[in-house]
Design a protein around this ligand. Structure first.
Ligand code: HEC
Length: 98
């Protein structure tokens, strides 16, 4: 099943916490493939000056904007990820915060 269909089904499911957890699980898979090489599995690696995602306090709209459009050494992802995938990876990186 394509990830976005899977996510949509879960968003529609009756249990919101379960849906949220599943979004984070999808976001983790995206993070491991696309983001981990610079940010590290726990968000602290900092390759090429990548920001430490554990201490980042940006809000959703700013996170989505930076992930979509990029910023300095941070590549843009709006051509490579769907908006649902960007939302999932945003939920996942927020779950790395301490
Ligand atoms: C080629 C290395 C690289 C990759 C791959 C990468 N990033 Fe980044 N990221 C950076 C750099 C460098 C910055 C710092 C940009 C700056 O100077 O503000 C950054 C900053 C960020 C920020 C802003 C954090 C803050 O508090 O300012 C977020 C959020 C982020 N990255 C998320 C992601 C996500 C999600 C992915 C995968 C889809 C990803 N990054 C992939 C290098 C990378």
């Amino acid at each position: 099943m394509k990830p976005f269909i899977y996510i949509s089904l879960l968003i529609l499911s009756s249990n919101p916490t379960e849906a949220q957890n599943s979004i984070i699980v999808s976001g983790k898979a995206i993070f491991e493939h696309k983001c981990q090489r610079c940010h590290g599995s726990d968000g602290t690696k900092g390759l090429f000056g990548a920001k430490n995602l554990q201490i980042s306090r940006l809000e959703n709209t700013e996170l989505i904007s930076i992930i979509s459009k990029g910023k300095k050494g941070m590549p843009r992802w709006d051509k490579k990820l769907s908006s649902t995938e960007i939302e999932s990876v945003t939920a996942y990186i927020k779950s790395l915060r301490k």
